[in-house]
Design a protein around this ligand. Structure first.
Ligand code: NCD
Ligand code: ZN
Length: 331
């Protein structure tokens, strides 16, 4: 059995910087036609200089491949003139609540219209997409649910602003998606495969620890329903977030799952298992092209149902499902 995917897109990707960037970027660039690059670097991407410098570093690290880095700015209050100037270099701005995840110390401490409304209005007028890491600072299992009222306020007040709920993990988020025309979502690979039980129900699995934390079986089912049916408001975004092994296998484990090298075979396996292979193209590319209004370079990836063993490490970084044998591989 085989499937061909045209111009796969990863609409939520952490590529890091320097040596780590050089190590991990080829895994995405080899299989994907483009990706939305997260701006939670050190320092975060908040100026045109930083943005262009980062884009150049990514292009250098991926020069052997046809790959478009779609750039995103780290949310802070920006004036409209600046946004107008940078508009052609970015597709979106990513908002992190302050301190909620890796390198988000400079995020927004109070997400309300009085504080950030002018920037959101300017984004809306300039048709810049808003990506949000939607978690409160409450109890870890409730953070995403507690954030939903903020999505509602933003969606209501800025009906023309496209808002992407990043890496959704709950059935409540899946439901909210239907309530506002301007809400969209990304879903990761790992949240389609695991629940909290896989992370902490048996032996503790640090390589499955990420933000937002994987939730309950019924939440995973809701995400599967959206992804397998390629709901038109939903896109694939891996949230592949590499950390050195020493930061993962540590008393304080960094949040992030490194999935970049194994995404397409695992998605093919999952969609085939549910008899939905025909919907994978929309989930992995077509929906994102429409939502972001982008046309990535053409790149065809052929996958076949042929067993493959995932390596224990790629460039010293432990991937999702390390060491496991899976049913599909890239041809
Ligand atoms: C991401 C990272 O390491 O940059 N970590 C994660 O657990 N997903 C940040 C993020 O997207 O939350
Ligand atoms: Zn992320």
């Amino acid at each position: 059995m085989k499937v061909q995917l045209t111009s796969p897109l990863d609409m939520h990707l952490h590529l890091r910087q320097d040596d780590m960037l050089k190590k991990v970027a080829p895994f995405s660039a080899k299989y994907f036609s483009g990706a939305l690059i997260m701006p939670n670097t050190i320092p975060p991407i908040t100026t045109k200089e930083l943005l262009l410098e980062y884009k150049k570093a990514i292009l250098d690290a991926t020069k052997d491949f046809t790959f478009t880095p779609y750039m995103s700015l780290f949310f802070q209050n920006y004036d409209k003139k600046f946004l107008q100037e940078i508009k052609n270099e970015i597709v979106s701005i990513k908002l992190y609540p302050a301190g909620i995840t890796t390198n988000s110390q400079n995020g927004v401490s109070k997400i309300d219209i009085d504080e950030i409304g002018d920037t959101l209005q300017a984004m809306s007028e300039l048709e810049i997409v808003l990506n949000i890491h939607g978690e409160s600072n409450g109890f870890v299992m409730d953070r995403e649910k507690e954030f939903l009222p903020i999505y509602e306020v933003l969606a209501q007040n800025f009906p023309k602003l496209k808002i992407v709920m990043e890496h959704i993990t709950t059935k409540e988020s899946a439901t909210l998606l239907e309530k506002y025309d301007n809400l969209y979502a990304t879903i990761t690979l790992h949240h389609l495969f695991i629940t909290l039980d896989d992370v902490a129900g048996g032996l503790l699995r640090p390589h499955l620890f990420c933000k937002p934390i994987a939730k309950r079986p019924e939440d995973k089912e809701a995400l599967l329903h959206l992804a397998l049916n390629a709901h038109p408001k939903v896109m694939f975004g891996s949230d592949s977030a590499p950390h050195p092994k020493s930061k993962k296998e540590a008393p304080g484990c960094a949040a992030g799952v490194f999935s970049a090298p194994v995404i397409l075979p695992l998605l093919a396996q999952l969609f085939e298992k549910h008899n939905k292979l025909e919907n994978l193209q929309a989930f992995i590319s077509d929906n994102a092209q429409k939502i972001y209004n982008i046309t990535p370079p053409k790149k065809v990836i052929a996958l076949e149902k042929k067993a493959m063993q995932i390596k224990n490490e790629y460039e010293g970084i432990v991937p999702f499902m390390a060491g496991e044998t899976i049913e599909w591989s890239v041809q």
